[in-house]
Design a protein around this ligand. Sequence first.
Ligand SMILES: Cc1cc2nc3c(=O)[nH]c(=O)nc-3n(C[C@H](O)[C@H](O)[C@H](O)COP(=O)(O)OP(=O)(O)OC[C@H]3O[C@@H](n4cnc5c(N)ncnc54)[C@H](O)[C@@H]3O)c2cc1C
Length: 474
Amino acid sequence: MKRLRRRHLIHAGLALPLLPSGSQGAETPFDAVIIGGGISGLVAAWRLQQAGRRVVVCEARPRVGGRTVNLQIAGGEPIEGGGEWIGPQQDAIIALNEELGLKTFPAFYDGDTTYDVLGRVSRGLIPDIGVGDAAGFARVAWKLNRLATAIPRGSSWQAADAAALDRLTLADWLNQQNANPFTHAIFRLATRAILAGYPERISLLWFLHYFGAGGGLLPLMLNDGGAQDQRFEGGSQVLSLTLAERLGSALHLATPVRAIRQRTDHADIVTARGTLRARRVVIAMMPSDIGRIAVEPGWSRARAELIRRWTLLPRLPIVKCALAYSRPFWRDKGLNGAMQSDRAPIQLIFDNSPADGSAGVLSCFLSIAEAPELADRRTRPERLAREVARYFGPEGLEPIDYVEKDWAADPWSTSCLSPLVPGVISEFGPTLRKPEGRIHFAGTETAEAWCGFMDGAVRAGERAAREVNAALRG
Ligand SMILES: Cc1cc2nc3c(=O)[nH]c(=O)nc-3n(C[C@H](O)[C@H](O)[C@H](O)COP(=O)(O)OP(=O)(O)OC[C@H]3O[C@@H](n4cnc5c(N)ncnc54)[C@H](O)[C@@H]3O)c2cc1C
């Protein structure tokens, strides 16, 4: 009961511990201040706390979890408004879940997937295409996979031909391979869903970095047995809520950091609620989000440019939506509730029902930039229901509830994903994890494996904690 109450308070943002007021922090500096209460920052803080360090986490939002957030729909189990699935290859997050006693269950994929590719709707394990198209796709995918797994994992800029690979977009490379229209469509489908961008803009080296960090194309793109295999019992935010419980009063919610002033023997961290003093600082967020924090002395030229370029990325603004039904009606028709498309207004639909299937939930990703007809929030549920009905039948027209999370409208995440354009990762990649004075960097984008995923966030947090521990010992 006590645990539940604490969890509720953290979620509601009411458990605000007091910070020292005025411009001066505590006399004895903290060992580390961690900026960002997403998975990465919380993991870094907890590992440091376990090592006996005095830490504080400053989180801007009145909740933990960052790009993971639980939403309530139709009064049932929470569903995921952000990061959702984990896969069997993601051993860092699996180990952490075991340590924290968290449980997962298999996402639902029994039955046919629906594809809307090149304007044609088909159903099955794979899209309905001719043998020639399939063979053409397999040839190109195999070559791309070989490239992705050959570059140094998580350090693509160290590849011998990094600069050349980073001059091309993924579409340039596909054209060089004489890829057929079906192959172009599948990579458009994948980059829309996984990187919020198009092959014509995404750097080939970044695509290889991202997929290579996950072990290749298959582990990332497969549902069953791949990165979309399992869901968290209680929704993915449960990971952050559990870490928040462990951190207790070391966690400061609704405390955005505005500036970091590096001094000779400490750093002053200026927050909206006072200034903290620390020996080390960990920034755990996407490079573009770091731009909101002023630093003294300024960032190195390379980091300033990394932040600037990341901020300017041509992202598709993503909304994750969910429609609830009294039952998962699509399952009766032999469908698994999944729809994947290269061009339709909805990028992806998937079965997000509770583990026992007692109600039906279909979640989907869409980008308003691609579907202006869905821009009006008031008519969006009805229009989405029509799309669902188009793929799964007339029962789709009668949802009993609707919720959404609009990541483009979120003030603390500069959108959710990173479609890097050519010329960024080869030149500024070496800066991603490089400390600047007393400041260390976590966040999934810095991860050596599973960059961009929750597993990467865990790894990056653990790596940053090791770095800080070593620096404090030194
Ligand atoms: C729609 C969507 C679907 C996704 N699906 C999956 C999936 O299925 N599987 C998967 O593994 N991953 C998925 N991801 C990615 C996954 O959610 C992220 O990789 C992971 O949550 C990132 O964690 P993080 O701690 O690195 O960063 P974040 O979660 O972004 O945490 C950064 C934190 O810093 C805080 N912050 C920002 N500025 C300040 C400031 N000035 N002061 C203090 N705090 C600040 C933010 O509020 C935030 O809490 C998805 C993401 C989205 C958005």
